[in-house]
Ligand binder design. Sequence first.
Ligand code: 13P
Ligand code: SF4
Length: 305
Amino acid sequence: MSDKRDNALREQILKLKKERNAVILSHNYQRGEVQDTADFVGDSLELSQKAAKTDAEVIVFCGVHFMAETAAILNPGKTVLLPDAGAGCPMANMITAEQLRQQKQKMPKATVVTYINSSAAVKAESDYCCTSANGVKIVGSIDNPEIIFVPDQYLGDFIAKRTGKTLTLWPGYCPTHMRILPEDIIKRKQEHPKAKVVVHPECRPDVIALADEALSTSGMIRYAARPDVQELVVGTEVEILHRLNKENPGKQFYAASKKAICPNMKKITLDKIAESLETMAPAITVPEEIRLRAKAAVDRMLAGV
Ligand code: 13P
Ligand code: SF4
């Protein structure tokens, strides 16, 4: 897309945003031009915190479905727009509410901790929600030897190792982070021997074992800003490099694997943002009975961080 067209669209979005009293929230994996048009760019935790506090009447969520749904859970009176209704998260679709109910029947005394990458119906069956930024803290605070963690087996394994707790894991995973392999990290380290390595906890355990730190996306942004970090290998979705480069001129960032692209995150474009503000669609809603139960799990997370 040309800069001229981008600028025209950005102006149109700005105008519509004012008319609608809207705020635009963007995840760190969104296209560069979408990040640059947003009011706030962040990780899942920061975005849900922003969504919980906003005074705007309309939230345009540039991310994937579960993120917009979380904003809708927290804001019953507001309109939450997801500019492409087909922007889903395959990991979130790897467990249904019925499957979680069956697992709970097998372990009736267990506490259920659910990664925010899940549907509202699954959150409604859960005691706590968590993100990659606070999973260790949330699980660490639970005084129950039986904990079910869904749906990401790799984040769950990471949290189990960090807390020393035994978690019953669900076999979900992120197809994008699965593309980052141990040999990619080894190769990048050989190419850039002075670089530090950060990876997302959705990565495979053998990838996490090779990194200096496993962090949420905004955790990586903060790590990159440290004065002792000049070169960084980044094991997560490649678009995070847009923000890393923008905020850290002079530092060098290398994608662990250029194959780590989340096609769903790329579905949101400036055209679709403008169109959704124009038509006020697609709007994401959650049935009230599910919303209230899901909100309890999300509120427990927000209160604990
Ligand atoms: P963060 O919460 O770290 O931004 O991660 C969200 C996500 O979907 C990772 O794949
Ligand atoms: Fe889902 Fe993975 Fe995309 Fe994150 S990167 S939204 S977990 S598919």
